[in-house]
Design a protein around this ligand. Structure first.
Ligand SMILES: [Zn+2]
Length: 298
C-alpha cells in the first residue's frame, strides 16, 4: 500500500509518499515541503503533488485547533485560530476528490502516534509527546490511539508559575503565563534577544526553560499518567535540558507518585527517536488505520 502523508505546520507543509512496511516504519519514497501561504495558494498545490501517484489512503496531521470528529459537520475544518487566513478552512476540500480513505489528526497527535508506533514510545500503551519549537504542543496516545474529546489536547497552553529570576514575559496572546508563552523557542528569543541556539550551555536560560517544561510535564503525568514522555522539536536538540528537566520534574511531583517508571526518569523522560520524521510517519499510521476502518465497514 502507498499512503499520501501531509503534515501542515505554521511555516511549512510537508508532503510525502510512504510505502507500507508492516510493523516497521513506512519507507518514505518521496518528500517535499512547501511554504504555508494562504489556503487558496497552498491547498491546490498539496493536492496536485499527489496527482500522478497511486495513493491508497491519506493521513493528515494538521495545525489546529482543528475539528477531528467525523460526526461533526466541521470535520476537517480549522477552527478559531490566530492564523487569520486559515480560519474555518476546509483542509480536506481537494483531497476528497481522490475518493480514498482519509485519516486526520492534530499535528502533535500525529507526531505522538509516530513515536508511539515506531519510535521512543514503541510498545507502550500511553505515550505523551511534547514538541518544543517555535510553539509548544502535546500529543497523547491512550491504548495506542490519539485521544480526542471535545477537540484534541491543546496542552501546550497549560498555566505556568513564573520564576522570580525570569526577566521575560509570556508572549501568548491568550494567556498571562502559559507554557507556550513562557517556554517556546519564540519566547526564549524574545526574552534573551538572541535565538536560543546562540546561548551558552551554562546560561541561566536553560534552567528556566527546563523548569517550565518540567511544570508542564508534572501536570501531564498527574492527569493522563503516560507510560513515557517523549520530547521533540528544535529546542529539545539542546541535550543539556534533559537532566535539568528531570530534576525539576521530580521536585514538582514531590515524591507523591511512586512507580517503577518514575524511579527511572532517564527512561521516563526521553528524546524523540524518529528525527524529523515522526510527523510524517504518524500520518502514515493515520492513513493505514483509515484504510483498515474503511475495509471493515464495507
Ligand atoms: Zn497560551
Amino acid at each position: 500500500m502507498i499512503y499520501g502523508c501531509i503534515e501542515t505546520g505554521g511555516t511549512k507543509i510537508v508532503m510525502a509518499l510512504v510505502e507500507d512496511c508492516g510493523d516497521k516504519p513506512g519507507k518514505i519514497l518521496k518528500k517535499e515541503s512547501i511554504p504555508t501561504l494562504t489556503p487558496e495558494q497552498t491547498l491546490p498545490k498539496v493536492a496536485e503533488w499527489f496527482q500522478e501517484e497511486q495513493v491508497d489512503a491519506f493521513g493528515i496531521a494538521a495545525f489546529g485547533p482543528i475539528c477531528v470528529d467525523p460526526k461533526k459537520v466541521e470535520y476537517g475544518h480549522i477552527l478559531e485560530t490566530t492564523k487569520e487566513a486559515w480560519k474555518h478552512t476546509d483542509l480536506l476540500v481537494y483531497l476528497r476528490d481522490y475518493g480514498v480513505p482519509i485519516g486526520l489528526d492534530s499535528d502533535v497527535n500525529g507526531s505522538c502516534l509516530g513515536e508511539a508506533t515506531y519510535g521512543a514510545g514503541k510498545g507502550l500503551d500511553n505515550v505523551l509527546y511534547l514538541t518544543v519549537g517555535t510553539g509548544i504542543g502535546a500529543g497523547i496516545t491512550v491504548n495506542g490511539e490519539p485521544i480526542h474529546g471535545m477537540l484534541h489536547p491543546e496542552a501546550g497552553h497549560v498555566p505556568m508559575r513564573k520564576r522570580e529570576d525570569d526577566p521575560g514575559k509570556c508572549i501568548c496572546p491568550y494567556h498571562e503565563c502559559c507554557c507556550e508563552g513562557m517556554a517556546s523557542g519564540s519566547s526564549m528569543k524574545a526574552r534573551w534577544s538572541v535565538p536560543a541556539t546562540e546561548l551558552s550551555e551554562e546560561h541561566i536560560a536553560w534552567d528556566i526553560e527546563a523548569d517550565y517544561i518540567a511544570q508542564a510535564l508534572a501536570t501531564y503525568t498527574l492527569t493522563v499518567s503516560p507510560n513515557r514522555i517523549v520530547l521533540g522539536g528544535g529546542v529539545m536538540h539542546q541535550k543539556q535540558l534533559f537532566p535539568k528537566i528531570r530534576e525539576h520534574f521530580a521536585k514538582y511531583l514531590g515524591g507523591y507518585l511512586v512507580t517503577e517508571e518514575l524511579a527511572d526518569l532517564e527512561h521516563y523522560i526521553v528524546p524523540a527517536e524518529l528525527g524529523d520524521d515522526q510527523g510524517i510517519l504518524g500520518c502514515e499510521v493515520l492513513a493505514k488505520r483509515a484504510l483498515l476502518r474503511s475495509q471493515l465497514t464495507l
